[in-house]
Design a protein around this ligand. Sequence first.
Ligand SMILES: Nc1ncnc2c1ncn2[C@@H]1O[C@H](COP(=O)(O)OP(=O)(O)OP(=O)(O)O)[C@@H](O)[C@H]1O
Ligand SMILES: [Mg+2]
Length: 448
Amino acid sequence: MIPVMALAALVFLSLYTLFIQKAMERELNEKILLVSQVHSLAVAEPLWTLNMDGLERSVQTIALHPEITCAEVLESNTLSRYSWPTDCQEVKQTDRLYTTELEFHEQPVGHLNLYYSNKPLIADLIQEVFIGALLFFLLATVAGLVAFGALKLIVGSPLSQLLRSIKSTEQGHSDTLVQWSSNDEMGTVIDAYNRMIEQSDLDTQALVVAREQAELAAETKSQFLANMSHELRTPLNAVIGITEMLREEAEDRQEDTEPHTRVAAAGRHLLGLIDNVLDFSKIEANKVDITPEPIMLQEFLEDVVQTANPLAKKNTNAIELITTNLPSIFQTDPVRLRQILLNLLANACKFTDNGNITVKVEQVEGHDVPVLQFSVTDTGIGINTEKLKSLFDEFAQADSSTTRQYGGTGLGLAISQRLCQLLGGHISVESEVGKGSTFLFKLESATQ
Ligand SMILES: Nc1ncnc2c1ncn2[C@@H]1O[C@H](COP(=O)(O)OP(=O)(O)OP(=O)(O)O)[C@@H](O)[C@H]1O
Ligand SMILES: [Mg+2]
């Protein structure tokens, strides 16, 4: 925009200069013509009467005009010259010449030569152009200021209101309509903006209602599951307990105890499933509280391994605990950490036969706050690469034959991963089919 305006100003100035120059040239020529006409009689008379003083005075008077650089009179008969200043030689090369024939009583008496220059004219021209440019600049500035003011009034005010409204909407305020009405494009834009804000307010209200309903539904669901789990556990525990009693009585009577053992095992399995579903729905409803507390790490880990030992023995596996460089006290939620480790150990025991399971815990980094790496490695069936991608998804089992062969819901790893994330870690896995798997995660000691 600015270069275009500068170019326009330059073109205007050039045209203006050309126009003024032409006008001045015309004026100069007319003036010289007039001077020669006015003075020719005053010069012709003393020339005829040979009044040299009078002739000199007349020539001097002509030369007083600033444009005339030299005035020269040429007598016809004697060819004598009278000039002012004394000799016109100096200006003859550069200046223009205007010659008038001099007559007295209709008798030619000589010639009047006027040498004139356009230098005073150029000085005037420069002055004129300078004043013209100054005026143009002043006018352009005033016009620019007026246009800017008008633009600010017509566009600036609604735009700044619009901007304020957008900022206010970004900050989450709802009452942010722009109070502006006009029949131009700006009015149309602001009307459309206001309609959009009103629509988005309606949408937000609908979303808030929907979220409240969803939260209520989730709350009701987890409440229902908690109640159901209690209602299911109580009779199930009774079934397991009575079955155990019947089994012992049958054993005493040296009868076949296999049916009792199967009923009790199925009951315990069912209990495990109920626990998993309950845990998962609690996590989904953000109902799991994490309560970090200092734990005696070595004792804690030995106790976890002890708890998992009966599971290991079932498939004739051996569990080994390796600890390196452990801090004596570590701060975390012991209930959740225990649950994660037992889930991983239960899997390792379930998917390994006649093998070894290693629980390894070591301090890996962090001086001010200890960071521990936990890993559970088995020498079991392993997991194929395709399955590894969705291993931590809920209800994800390697294939349907896994369910048939090993049971379970496919929730153990999903629950463990979410719990581990709540403790500030992330479980990852390395596995090779037929060779075994390693599940590992890092935890930082919580600060209270
Ligand atoms: N140590 C492991 N070795 C081989 N496969 C494993 C191992 N751990 C998990 N998997 C595979 O990942 C699947 C998901 O494990 P997850 O613990 O989530 O469920 P699950 O053990 O089948 O059932 P649940 O734990 O709910 O009783 C398993 O079904 C199994 O296919
Ligand atoms: Mg499992």
